[in-house]
Design a protein around this ligand. Structure first.
Ligand SMILES: [Zn+2]
Length: 158
């Protein structure tokens, strides 16, 4: 079912590295890190500033998202949902991510501290994507259904 999404590989996608700091299209400074760099000290300090690593709380959030993602995919993929749609605050438009892409992005965020939210699936069909909130609500509903009737004492029916 994800074949169509992976089929976009290799196509030219618009580059939208607008999000966050530290992601640039600019060529790498050949003197970067070289103490003899003639431009040393002239840099805009915000330009090459190392990215802040994720805080423990942020890390935990990402790990929880990853865990949720597993559940959502397990529940929603069988009914035709290919991934999640995320309303991007920077672009002010929805970005569509298939499950694998989402997982990859979250892992990337964990390892590098950088989000990759602007690399959505190519030419997605919006009908096949739901929001985090929808997925969460769906999972809660399934959970409620599964646990229904188990609130009584175990031997109440016997
Ligand atoms: Zn965006």
């Amino acid at each position: 079912m994800a074949a169509q999404v992976t089929g976009s590989r290799g196509r030219t996608r618009p580059r939208r590295w607008v999000y966050g700091e530290g992601v640039h299209d600019e060529p790498i400074d050949p003197f970067n890190g070289d103490p003899a760099d003639p431009a040393a000290g002239l840099h805009d300090p915000g330009d090459d500033a190392p990215l802040d690593p994720l805080t423990d709380v942020e890390r935990q959030d990402v790990l929880e998202d990853l865990a949720d993602l597993e559940i959502y995919q397990a529940l929603l993929a069988p009914i035709g949902v290919r991934g999640l749609v995320i309303e991007c605050e920077d672009c002010r438009e929805p970005h569509y991510f298939d499950w694998d892409l989402l997982r990859g992005n979250l892992r990337h965020l964990l390892s590098s501290g950088r989000p990759r939210v602007h690399e959505p699936a190519y030419d997605p069909d919006p009908d096949h994507y739901v929001t985090w909130d929808y997925a969460r609500g769906y999972a809660d509903g399934v959970h409620d259904t599964l646990t229904e009737g188990t609130d009584e004492e175990p031997d109440a029916e016997r």
